[in-house]
Design a protein around this ligand. Structure first.
Ligand SMILES: Cc1cc2nc3c(=O)[nH]c(=O)nc-3n(C[C@H](O)[C@H](O)[C@H](O)COP(=O)(O)OP(=O)(O)OC[C@H]3O[C@@H](n4cnc5c(N)ncnc54)[C@H](O)[C@@H]3O)c2cc1C
Ligand code: HEM
Length: 403
């Protein structure tokens, strides 16, 4: 890429900032018209909410802003790369996306998109695609080099289905080929894919693994997503609850994601979750216990009430048998019985918890809805916690930018 082309890209940043989401919305419409088979790869629910358009627009914008030194984007590229590999995105897909992105820039910008600007964007996209698919090639390589590792979609059989609360159900998934699974890193997720008759499409979703790492199965725990209107219930979560039974086959990709416990950490750990956001933290907690983690582990959880409090008995058992594990639970509204059992009332507020570890190396992991993550992150920062020690996972395309 020439200096002149870099200047043209930099000059496009303000226009992209103004038209970023418009551009990517147009781009997706164009791509799904010309390449409808890609609807099987993308989450058509995210398309409706506009979250995916925002995530892509922000990634393109961040790239354009850093065109002089794209390597500063590596942490973002790593996060997207994990999501892409979890969905089996390959270099050939980048060619299709590139074609529609460049054509969309032409169509949305109109006359101001001179041939020189379009050429510069063609080169810039190529550079970004090489950076991303190069990183993804390394992630695929890492997957296959792991014991029992694999890439792409692999059939799994549902071995056990178990209710964890009024709206969260666990699914124990065993390889359909009778083989072993690669142990995940606590905090990682996998993608699950199934054919939906209602859309006449395959659809994939990510689910954090809620079990401790092992070589036999993965457990995921899924919340039934109810829409405000009856016809807007979440597609896959309800399908899993209602239509998938023990013995049924689902396609899975190997564990991915970089929201993980630091390997062999001995530091105190604080795990903060809202609602179904407890799933990756359950895996972390069980893994720490299996490794006899000696330093304090603080489990802080908030949910609406007892009926939706998943894994309650298991958590009570852990905290009564392990002296270094403490739990603090908040329900939106509490009954006198909850109060007697030490449940706190209201939205999860870490400022009301006196016993947070004092060790400056303590690691904090947050998972829950976006507003929940934002509040916990801000409260931790207000307490003077270094943001390098705060990790979070959003259950959707990441739109929060805090690190
Ligand atoms: C890394 C990661 C880990 C995750 N881990 C978990 C986990 O452990 N457990 C878990 O339960 N989930 C998890 N998720 C979320 C999961 O991937 C799905 O997003 C979730 O199950 C909803 O999928 P769905 O197909 O049921 O809903 P979708 O059909 O994708 O719909 C999404 C939401 O939009 C609503 N909706 C749909 N259409 C409309 C409309 N027209 N108007 C208004 N609202 C509408 C639905 O009710 C639903 O709440 C994770 C996500 C990520 C990215
Ligand atoms: C330079 C090119 C690309 C950029 C900048 C990009 C950017 C992104 C970003 C920012 C996310 C959200 C990540 C998150 O969850 O936090 C994402 C997710 C995703 N990307 Fe890409 N991407 C690119 C190429 C591709 C290609 C080639 C494909 C496949 C055709 C693809 C398919 C997906 C899918 C399926 C998701 C998951 C979200 C969903 O299903 O709606 N992307 N990408």
């Amino acid at each position: 890429m020439t200096d002149e082309q870099k200047k043209l890209i930099t000059a496009t940043v303000p226009i992209l900032k103004e038209n970023g989401v418009l551009l990517t919305t147009h781009f997706y419409k164009r791509m799904f018209t010309h390449n409808p088979e890609l609807k099987n790869i993308f989450n058509m629910g995210n398309q409706q909410s506009g979250k995916q358009q925002t995530a892509l627009a922000m990634a393109v914008l961040a790239y354009a802003e850093n065109i002089a030194n794209p390597m500063v984007l590596l942490p973002v590229v790593d996060r997207i790369g994990h999501k892409h590999t979890s969905l089996d995105i390959r270099p050939e897909h980048y060619i299709i996306v590139g074609n529609h992105l460049i054509e969309s820039i032409k169509e949305v910008l109109g006359d101001p998109a001179t041939p020189a600007i379009i050429d510069a964007w063609g080169v810039a996209y190529q550079q970004l695609a090489e950076l991303m698919s190069g990183h993804e090639a390394k992630l695929y390589e890492q997957q296959t080099s792991k014991t029992y590792g694999w890439t792409g979609w692999r059939p799994f059989i549902l071995g056990k289905k178990e209710a964890e609360s009024a709206e969260i159900t666990s699914f124990y998934l065993y390889p359909g080929d009778g083989g072993k699974v690669t142990p995940h890193l606590p905090g990682q997720y996998l993608s699950i894919r199934t054919f939906l008759k209602s859309l006449n499409l395959k659809q994939a979703r990510q689910y954090s693994i809620s079990s401790a790492p092992n070589e036999d199965y993965y457990r995921i725990s899924v919340k039934r997503e109810k829409g405000v209107n009856l016809d807007t219930n979440g597609l896959i979560s309800n399908y899993l609850h209602d239509a998938v039974n023990e013995g049924d086959v689902l396609d899975l990709t190997a564990p991915a994601g970089n929201f993980v416990l630091t390997e062999n950490t001995t530091a105190p750990i604080v795990l903060i979750s809202g609602g179904v956001g407890l799933t990756p933290l359950m895996s972390m907690l069980q893994s720490l216990i299996a490794k006899d983690h000696e330093n304090p582990i603080t489990w802080i959880h908030g949910c609406r009430n007892k009926s939706v409090h998943a894994f309650k008995d298991h958590l009570d058992y852990i905290t009564t048998t392990k002296s270094n594990v403490k739990q603090h639970t908040f329900y939106n509204v509490i009954t006198p019985e909850d109060k007697e059992n030490g449940i706190l009332e209201g939205y999860l507020d870490i400022n009301t918890i006196p016993e947070l570890p004092k060790d400056p190396d303590t690691n904090y992991f947050i998972c829950g809805p976006s507003a929940f993550i934002t509040r916990q992150y801000q409260d931790l920062q207000a307490k003077g916690i270094d943001k390098k020690l705060i990790f979070f996972e959003e259950f959707g395309p990441q739109v929060l930018q805090m690190n």
